[in-house]
Design a binder for this molecule. Structure first.
Ligand code: 5AD
Ligand code: FES
Length: 349
């Protein structure tokens, strides 16, 4: 039964595909509670009773890609495009530093006007000014050489969700020119170069099956990323998926918990998308085994332009407000805010 499956998962950090599938589809309320008790216990045994803070700067919503699900895809003509320059980004980073953040995540669409030199210049400037900050990049698919330059400039981590490991499914979510094989190649290159690397998927993306999720779990178990970004798919009104339904809170929480048990050391955010589908989504995510939150540091005048999906929360809140709001939320469920860099537990650099 499911309690035995959960126990086996706790003991082995693994479970046969068929049992994963059953767990993902048949948990009742009391089994669910048992699962979250185990997954949060494992998270605490590795990282303590703490939630890591990352300050997110969304510095450009220009994107050369046309992912079907994404609100800032290039063919969405209703987006007011913006890009921050180096000075703007440094102002945000300073504000973040003063609010206590020791990880800054720089995220954007795939905006080719930020060439490698410019990205490296920005990374170097942040690292020179604040040597105790970890810089995470989340700027998409690049060549090995580009990644290496970012790393040599001082970038510590890189987030690149693989979105789905199933090729057929990947093709349904992306235009023809985008290839799953390239994305996986990118992830391998990032790891080889020495980044702490994050992959991840959306839960309940159109055409996703439970078999696909099991395949993703298999892939992630094998790839052993340092970070995993998991949030529900949420439709965006200006995309071809506008009428598709969102991923559910339950499915997302189940998956967070299972990932925590399969990869006990992984850094696992309770995402903004999870907070968007349910007002207490992020808190529930932490109780299911997530241990990272990423409050927004972007200037308020661009916040509402970085809309990957409808209804995104926090678009009107100043960085300091989000910082304090998240702290309250975390403390309300009995956790502590951890503002140190928060590297992967036994990362060797
Ligand atoms: N709903 C939820 N998540 C989305 N992302 C992009 N579009 C959506 C959407 N409509 C996620 C993708 C991407 C990350 C930056 O945001 O997984 O990798
Ligand atoms: Fe942004 Fe609550 S985290 S307002």
């Amino acid at each position: 039964n499911n309690i035995e499956r959960i126990n086996e998962l706790v003991a082995n950090c693994n479970l046969p595909d068929e049992d994963l599938k059953v767990l993902l589809t048949t948990l009742n309320k009391s089994e669910e509670e048992y699962l979250y008790a185990k997954s949060s216990e494992v998270a605490k045994s590795v990282y303590g009773n703490k939630v890591f803070f990352r300050g997110l700067i969304e510095f450009s919503n220009y994107c050369k890609n046309d992912c079907i699900y994404c609100g800032i895809r290039r063919s969405n003509k209703n987006v007011e495009r913006y890009r921050l320059n180096k000075d703007d980004i440094l102002v945000c980073a300073k504000a973040g530093y003063e609010l206590g953040f020791r990880t800054i995540v720089l995220q954007s669409g795939e905006d080719l006007s930020f060439n490698d030199e410019y990205i490296c210049d920005i990374v170097k400037s942040i690292k020179d000014e604040y040597p105790d900050i970890a810089v995470t990049l989340s700027i998409g698919e690049k060549s090995y050489e580009s990644y290496k330059k970012y790393y040599d400039a001082g970038a510590d981590r890189y987030l690149l969700r693989h979105e789905t490991i199933n090729e057929k499914h990947y093709e349904k979510l992306h235009p023809e020119e985008m290839k799953l094989s390239n994305r996986i190649e990118c992830l391998k290159n990032l790891k080889e170069i020495g980044f702490q690397v994050g992959c991840g998927i959306m839960v309940g993306s159109p055409y996703q099956t439970v078999e696909n999720i099991v395949e993703d779990l298999r892939f992630m178990k094998e790839f052993e990323p340092h970070m995993i970004g998991i949030g529900p798919f949420i439709a965006h009104k200006d995309t071809p998926f506008k009428d598709e339904k969102s991923g559910t809170l339950e499915d997302t929480l189940h998956l967070l918990a299972i990932i925590r048990l399969m990869l006990p050391k992984v850094l696992l955010p309770a995402t903004t998308a999870l907070g968007t589908i349910n007002p207490l989504g992020r808190e529930l995510g932490i109780k299911a085994g997530a241990n990272v939150v990423m409050p927004n540091l972007s200037p308020t005048n661009v916040r509402d332009k970085y809309m990957l999906y409808d209804g995104k929360i926090c678009t009107g809140d100043e960085a300091a407000e989000c910082r304090m709001c998240m702290q309250r939320r975390i403390e309300s469920i009995g956790y502590e805010v951890e503002v140190s860099r928060g590297d992967y537990v036994d990362f060797a650099n």
